[in-house]
Design a protein around this ligand. Sequence first.
Ligand code: XUL
Ligand code: CO
Length: 440
Amino acid sequence: MKSYFPLVKSPIKYAGPKSRDPLTFKWFNAKQKVRGKTMAQHFRFAVAYWHTFKGGGSDMFGPAAWVREWNVGSPMEAAEKALQANFEFCQKLGVPYYCFHDRDIAPEGATFTESVKNLETVVKQAKKMQKDTGIKLLWGTANLFSNPRYTHGAGTNPDVQVFAYAAAQLKHALEATCELGGENYVFWGGREGYETLLNTKYSQEQNQFAALLQLAVDHAKKIGFKGQFLIEPKPREPSKHQYDYDTATVLSFLRAHGLYDHFKINVEANHATLAGHTFAHELTVAAAENKLGSIDANAGDVLLGWDTDQFPVNLYDTATAMVAVLQQKGGIGSGGFNFDAKCRRGSNDVMDLFYAHIGGMDAFAKGLLVADKILSDKAYSQIVDDRYATWKSPVGKEILAGKSSLDKLAAFTLKNGEPALKSGRQELLEIHFNDILLSL
Ligand code: XUL
Ligand code: CO
């Protein structure tokens, strides 16, 4: 069979931090145990199909610019070649999962029937390749945003016929995910938002979106899909305002619509920053409710400010992110880390795909090691614990147990007077953090 990556002769291996060979891992050591789990188990890395095999380096000032050997022939021929490239790439990179939108793996046809047929054909091919290679599907999703029919949204479209079309597409994407043993199914809001409130019935659209999610939950039951449903928040792009703004918004939406038990969050780093949060903030909010389901581990560019979907290289960001991830008991469960990232337009060589993924995996592996050290560092945790020490006193315990009253606290305040001013020790903690990061 044709090789699309002939320069990578054998799977990428761990060679340790001293290695200068760019086709080795310096930090990601699949078998190395951290907190009782191997790195492979912590990360469950996945390759994002859309950027890696369907991306062409396009940006808002220019169309696709990359020549890819798998992107030739009829749309269905190209689809099969891209699949082959995907499985070769995952195997050589040593990544156990991939993830896709329905329209990444199979082209949209001239009619709905043709689109369904295309998807079914490709799913059969993918199933065989999964069996041959052992590479698995982390998650599937439906592209309910690229086709012009979804301009005004999919689930939140004011036209019920578009809603029905989206639901029909979702049905087949969910069934494809189920057929391929996908471990999760993702909803990213795409165009589920508004451009102007002048033409928008806000609560009607919220109810519609909840109805779409409920239909998916019902259908999963019907077809025996046992995977985890995930929602990926994003505040804007392409819409001016997207309903799944951030993790806190999504969790409250799920609660309000009786969907809370069926969904977890897929946190994306670049979406967090678009929402004015750090990546670690979004992970922390999700993990606080044991709702951290999976991660799109990319990065934005502070100077550009839009969703640039870059590979992560900033060790401070990966370390603070992993501190947040490790807060969730049991880790990310059936989820994993995909990069949802693309090489820059200028990085047009297929080898850049390897460098980018290796760099991202290493950055997160190093982040995990740093996070583990931070969380086990007594000097560090003592400073944080000391800040909250007074909550262990009788008055603190009584408040948290719901047994206090404003009268009691007024009496307490009369007796104790003005609280002492205490330092938050931010700078000291920042020094500790860097000491650990640099010492590893
Ligand atoms: C878009 C984005 C999507 C989702 C999957 O910003 O992040 O690619 O990850 O639909
Ligand atoms: Co994403």
